[in-house]
Design a protein around this ligand. Sequence first.
Ligand SMILES: [Zn+2]
Length: 285
Amino acid sequence: MDRQINAFTVDVEDYYQVAALATAIPRESWPTRESRVEANTERLLGLLAGRGVRGTFFILGCVAERSPALVRRIAAAGHEVACHGFSHQLIYRQQPEEFREETIRAKRFLEDLIGEAVFGYRAASFSVTRESLWALDTLIDAGFRYDSSIFPIRHDRYGLPGARPDPHLLEAPSGRTLVEFPMSAARFLGVHVPVSGGGYFRILPYWVTRAGLRQINRRRRLPFTFYLHPWELDPGQPRFEVSALSRFRHYTNLDRCEARLQRILSDFAFAPMREVLERRALLAA
Ligand SMILES: [Zn+2]
């Protein structure tokens, strides 16, 4: 039987680097914050090892510079090391030159640490949108082989409604192409529901997630992208005063996430994103 193999992905960043909390946490204060990303990522690595699942870790450059040993641990455990940019700025708020410099800095740093090429890129808060498609050319210039930043939904901070839902070759503004493995959404009653990770995974009942993911795998015969952040497994993280919406998105069900993760790992099959793309012949093996 042909069970779909899905991409398991992690965006490696700390609880205070999240865009939803930016109003309460000035960037200048980041270096003085208690860092919890190493412990939380180690916990996640242990969980995945227990299930024999490997995935792709999109690591933030500034986290890698502070915690280089963590990057090596992720690679040594057999996971794919990929790039989550450097500073976690939204791309459409950056100047192209600033984006280019810091993205290359992050990619090179990761490559020097693991001694191999980094293929994959994911933008902070999926911020490849209509206003920032130019970034795809920067990614091609920097030597990335695939991007996983496009969310084919409507959202206040990100999204490219109408974008293709399957892994495919995407044309950048220059006419050159890059492989895109988009974020996944199910369709319930004609509405796109992003069931594939993060806050959606924590907030929606698990049966909704499972039904949506089964729809993608079985009815549409597509692999989905699952994504999570290490802080989503950490109910003990410091809390900040933010808007009710941000509080809801960031703090709901942190204490239930680990049990749900165990369920999804037994209900679906996963591999690193690069391997899923190789199986589909979008990347050379
Ligand atoms: Zn992120």
